[in-house]
Design a protein. Structure first.
Length: 292
């Protein structure tokens, strides 16, 4: 009777498929997935439990060079996840270019086992898969290499088996029926943010933050209010759209997803607020939970 438990960090470049993989592994839509880079700003935990195992996944922001304060703080999450991980899953898109970088160096030096997961093989030939497996073997000499399609779920079960095999013997860290350590408010704000990423272009998604200001569960309905924070009035106008048409779309799509997520009716109110240069202001970052 030896229970195994541990922390598994999923790292890799933006859009490699980290969030898609974590959702496939956890089996719930825990982390938001969009085609745009840097959707994932927080460390998001998803937990897989069975009788003898507890796997705690953290899905990290893509590995990038910090350009402004927010990104620096995003990178701290990545660094942290390399240090406290029992297993590191390094996800790489089969078609992405990898030059020598800081991250590869850190992966070579870490004492945690590293598995390289070559993703999106549904979009490649067998030859390409073979080549990339050789490439990563030579570059990192990792403990394991898997070729997978996170999107189609191809080769995902063997990865789960590998993780269970490598987990240290440890009692559970969290209650066994707990799905995640993030609050419902957090998931609601992530769902709203996902809609913003999908509905607007260019700088808008990167200039916004979402804070759930009120969350009230009533017998027949859950009432939620959220603030969408932007940096300038011009962004506020774009977000709201002509006669409020755009913000209405965000609200409708987000409400539908939240209703599905909590399996109940939702009344969602959105407010747009301007805070100049929030990305560079540490005190605001702290409020949004970016300060570790
Ligand atoms: P992240 O930035 O690393 O978290 O990447 P995401 O999980 O958000 O995925 C980025 C994009 O790649 C999304 O459009 C996904 O649908 C897509 N994607 C992820 N995994 C696969 C895969 O196995 N095959 C294909 N064709 N697309 C994928
Ligand atoms: K992404
Ligand atoms: Mg992601």
């Amino acid at each position: 009777m030896s229970h195994k438990a541990g922390f598994v960090s999923i790292i890799g470049k933006p859009n490699a498929g980290k969030s898609t993989l974590m959702n496939a592994l956890v089996g719930e839509k825990m982390s938001i997935i969009t085609p745009k880079a840097q959707t994932t700003r927080h460390r998001i935990m998803g937990i897989v439990n069975d009788e003898d195992h507890q796997i705690i996944f953290s899905d990290t922001p893509g590995v990038i060079v910090p350009k402004y304060t927010l990104q620096e703080s995003m990178m701290n999450f990545v660094e942290g996840s390399l240090i406290d991980a029992d297993i590191i899953l390094f996800v790489t898109d089969i078609h992405e270019k990898y030059d020598e970088s800081d991250v590869l160096d850190k992966l070579r030096k870490t004492s945690s086992p590293v598995a390289v997961l070559i993703n999106k093989i549904d979009k490649s030939t067998e030859e390409e898969v073979k080549e990339k497996m050789e490439f990563w073997k030579e570059k990192l000499n990792p403990e394991a290499i898997f070729a997978m399609s996170a999107l189609l779920g191809y080769n995902v079960p063997p990865i789960l088996t590998y993780i269970k095999d490598k987990l240290p013997i440890h009692p559970p860290y969290y209650e066994k029926d707990e799905l995640t350590d993030k609050s419902m408010r957090f998931f609601v704000s992530e769902i709203i943010r996902e809609k913003i990423f999908k509905l607007y272009d260019k700088e808008i998604p990167y200039s916004t933050e979402v804070v759930v200001t009120s969350y009230k569960e009533e017998p027949k309905i859950t009432r939620i209010a959220a603030e969408i924070i932007v940096e300038r009035d011009s962004q506020k106008n774009i977000l709201i759209g002509k006669a409020g048409a755009m913000i209405k779309k965000v609200g409708t799509y987000a409400r539908q997803d939240i209703e599905e997520f909590i399996d109940g009716k939702v009344f969602l109110e959105l407010f747009v607020k301007v805070i100049p240069d929030w990305r560079s202001k540490k005190n605001h970052l702290k409020r949004f939970g970016y300060d570790d």
